[in-house]
Design a protein around this ligand. Structure first.
Ligand SMILES: [Zn+2]
Length: 294
């Protein structure tokens, strides 16, 4: 953003008292602390959910240990533990004892709604830990890596419709669908409408026509869909990359402004006109009210 634009947007954000939460983000393994601190200065950013990733992966995203450590250092971060589907529900107790507040689910060897996984979700519900499920596409890898991690790398075990069976088996579970994803938004709508305890962290591909079509609908308890969608980026905080690379703080700030303009000025005669604070902040703020920056 150049200086002129920046001051214009900053003025808007200030005037409207914009506040927002990033409900799906990652941390870099190789951290640039200076950059991380700058990213967290995004005006109005009140909380960031940091999701742990698999330690045995070759990738660049931080694992549980690092997520936990940095969340203790920076209270703006809410730590979500990477769930190992090959282990039992005891791990959830350990996560809670260590200080994790949520669970991140991705790449189960069997479908998310396999009966054997219900004990994991039940334990998370008992300990009041929300579970954020990655759904839809992920980068596919070769067979060797699939076997090594004993996990699945296609779409087929991670579909929004699976949240229906989970919610039916574990009604108290706080389920969050991570991402909107092409090809699955009808299933997402079904999960949101039928499951009163399910929300979506809207990172990835935002399907704005879907917002217009469905934000005014209600779930089975009468809660409108716009009250179940949360701002999110799925970007990596603290990434050690070239200066000119767009940083995570700018990313979430720009996205918050976009949603503000959309809901404030492009939604006349829709019941969700002017309700941007719900999507930007309120819908996610309910989960961890003690961890919100002032
Ligand atoms: Zn992610």
């Amino acid at each position: 953003m150049d200086e002129v634009k920046k001051s214009f947007y900053d003025r808007i954000a200030e005037k409207e008292n914009l506040r927002y939460i990033d409900a799906h983000a990652h941390l870099a393994r190789k951290l640039n602390m200076k950059k991380l601190e700058q990213e967290l200065e995004a005006p109005g950013l009140k909380q960031v959910w940091l999701l742990g990733m698999d330690k045995s992966e070759d990738g660049y995203l931080a694992d549980n240990e690092k997520i936990l450590q940095i969340s203790k250092e920076f209270p703006i971060f809410v730590p979500f533990a990477y769930l190992d589907f090959n282990q039992g529900p005891d791990q959830i107790d350990r996560f809670r004892d260590q200080g994790f507040l949520g669970i991140k689910a991705i790449r189960p060897p069997k479908p998310y709604d396999a009966l054997e996984y219900m004990d994991l979700y039940q334990r998370a519900a008992d300990l009041d830990m929300p579970i954020l499920f990655h759904v839809g596409s992920v980068a596919t890898v070769n067979r060797t890596r699939m076997l090594r991690n004993k996990s699945y790398y296609g779409h087929s075990t991670m579909l929004p419709r699976m949240l229906m069976a989970i919610q039916a088996c574990v009604p108290k579970a706080k389920l969050i669908q991570g991402h909107m994803t092409w090809g699955y938004n009808e299933e997402l709508l079904m999960a949101l409408c039928c499951n009163s305890a399910t929300k979506v962290a809207s990172s990835g591909i935002e399907d704005i026509p879907w917002w217009y079509e469905n934000f005014s609908r209600c779930d089975s308890k009468g809660t409108p869909i716009y009250k179940k969608v949360m701002l999110a980026t799925d970007v990596t905080y603290g990434e050690d990359c070239p200066e000119e690379y767009r940083n995570a703080g700018e990313h979430i700030y720009e996205k918050a402004l976009f949603v503000y303009f959309l809901m404030r000025f492009q939604a006349y005669y829709y019941p969700w006109q002017g309700k941007h604070d719900d999507v930007l902040y309120g819908n996610a703020a309910e989960y961890f009210p003690d961890r919100l920056l002032k």
